[in-house]
Design a protein around this ligand. Structure first.
Ligand code: SF4
Length: 442
């Protein structure tokens, strides 16, 4: 057993990584679903969306053939409404709140309808927004991910000149580099970033890392305000013996490689264990399977009731043929000739507070690859003078940090939530910055 790339034919890779949620095939198919909407007053779908997209309004606009209006309604609440329609866990957000669930009928496919309107807008480059005349203010944004782009777009609309410093070679952040390729393609992510920046007034400087290529002190001097949206950093370590063996990789790195190299280039084991059961763990496990692994096992130390992924995510893994071992925690990775051979896990039980505790019983899995997906550590080294709590940037109710004129939002503040939460944080950050720039509230 060994890690190997090029396990499949090109046709197989294309099939395995094709769009998991295909769009409507015809306009009529979209209309049929849109016309099922009850256009609820005080709509629960809107209330459950972190960006408060007016769902009944945009669906109504689709039914009246006003697709541009629908796209505008979505984007004015969530400028990444296109990407979010592909990656949001809608079963626990808008679609999970749809009143049809109470009638035990299928909810309105809100994400698919949202995709229907926004994808057209992005592909056809509809100029839905205009900028106010320049007001002479300049803001630096760190990170071209969802929070940074959302903040930049909202500021630019108000006439602020925005410069984004992005450490990678492309924008989109987690959307571009950290999500399964069968949910959203790198090409779409690029189109989405281009669409957002086509507003004007947003200049993106790539391969510029805070703390290395540019210093926060310099930005504070050169700009009227700074918005930190640099996300989270390194993968959390397991802190068990054998972690340095060949064949042990972190899920973020594994997914990053799938997103940046061609599928045949990415090596995968024949028998793979994935530690964790969050969305990243599911994305790593399913993609390992789709790259040609024979067997993939997700190892989680609690039960299904506590799992961080949604039931829909878990179903994707099950349908892909992944195994799940509940109530097991990694104890040791045993190697042979420097390479992973066995993952030893301890069987756990939950105590009265639902915390996992070891039982002393051990189980062994013969694997040649271990993927660690137990979360990421906040990335604070870039801005050492910023107050933080366990690495998360601390902000007040105005999104302001302890440094004057420096604001923050998104994953670097919350430790890592959904893309849609980061978009909302970016909107709130922009609002706070505009107040700071023009009303001197802070
Ligand atoms: Fe339409 Fe469902 Fe939202 Fe009601 S809850 S407005 S039916 S999508």
């Amino acid at each position: 057993m060994a890690l190997r790339n090029n396990r499949l034919t090109n046709e197989e890779y294309d099939e395995h990584f094709s769009d998991i949620h295909p769009p409507f095939e015809t306009h009529n198919a979209a209309l049929v679903e849109a016309n099922r909407c009850l256009f609820c007053y005080d709509a629960p779908c809107t209330k459950s969306c972190p960006t408060s997209i007016n769902v009944p309004k945009f669906i109504k606009q689709i039914t009246t053939e006003n697709l541009k209006g629908a796209a505008y309604t979505i984007f004015s609440a969530n400028i990444m409404g296109g990407g979010c329609s592909k990656v949001c866990p809608v079963e626990k957000l808008c679609e999970g709140a749809c009143v049809y669930n109470l009638m035990e009928e299928a909810p309105i496919p809100i994400a698919k309808l949202q995709r229907y309107a926004t994808e057209r807008a992005i592909h056809e480059k509809w100029p839905l927004f205009t900028r106010q005349a320049s007001n002479g203010k300049k803001v630096a944004v760190i990170g071209a991910g969802p929070a940074g782009l959302s903040c930049a777009h909202a500021l630019s609309r108000e006439g602020v000149e925005v410069t984004i410093y992005e450490k990678e070679g492309k924008g989109g952040g987690l959307m571009t580099y950290g999500i399964a390729a069968y949910k959203v393609t790198p090409q779409f992510c690029q189109e989405e970033v281009d669409y957002i920046t086509s507003l004007g007034g947003i200049h993106v400087l790539y391969n510029m890392q805070l703390g290395k290529d540019v210093l926060l002190e310099t930005l504070q001097q050169e700009y009227d305000a700074v918005y930190l949206a640099f996300g989270v950093g390194m993968a959390r370590q397991l802190a068990i013996s054998g972690e340095q063996l060949n064949g042990v990789v972190d899920a973020i790195r594994f997914i990053y490689e799938i997103r940046t190299k061609g599928y045949p280039e990415v090596p995968v084991g024949e028998s793979v264990a994935v530690i964790g059961l969050g969305m990243t763990a599911i994305d790593a496990a399913t993609q390992a399977m789709r790259l040609g692994a024979k067997e993939v096992t997700l190892v989680y130390r609690r039960t299904e009731a506590e799992m961080p992924c949604t039931a829909a995510e878990l179903n994707i893994a099950k349908l892909d043929g992944c195994n799940i071992i509940w109530l097991a925690a990694p104890k040791e990775i045993v190697g042979e000739n420097g390479h992973v051979k066995t993952l030893v896990c301890e069987v756990m039980r939950l105590d009265e507070r639902k915390l996992p505790v070891g039982t002393g019983e051990l189980i062994s899995l013969n694997v040649d690859m271990v993927i660690k997906a137990t979360g990421q550590l906040p990335y604070t080294m870039a801005a050492p003078k910023i107050d933080n709590e366990h690495g998360r940037v601390l902000i007040n109710e105005h999104a302001a940090t302890n440094l004057p004129g420096v604001f923050a939002g998104g994953d670097c503040v919350n430790g890592g939530k959904e893309v849609v939460d980061a978009v909302q944080a970016g909107k709130e950050g922009a609002k706070a910055i505009l107040k700071y720039l023009f009303r001197e509230v802070e």
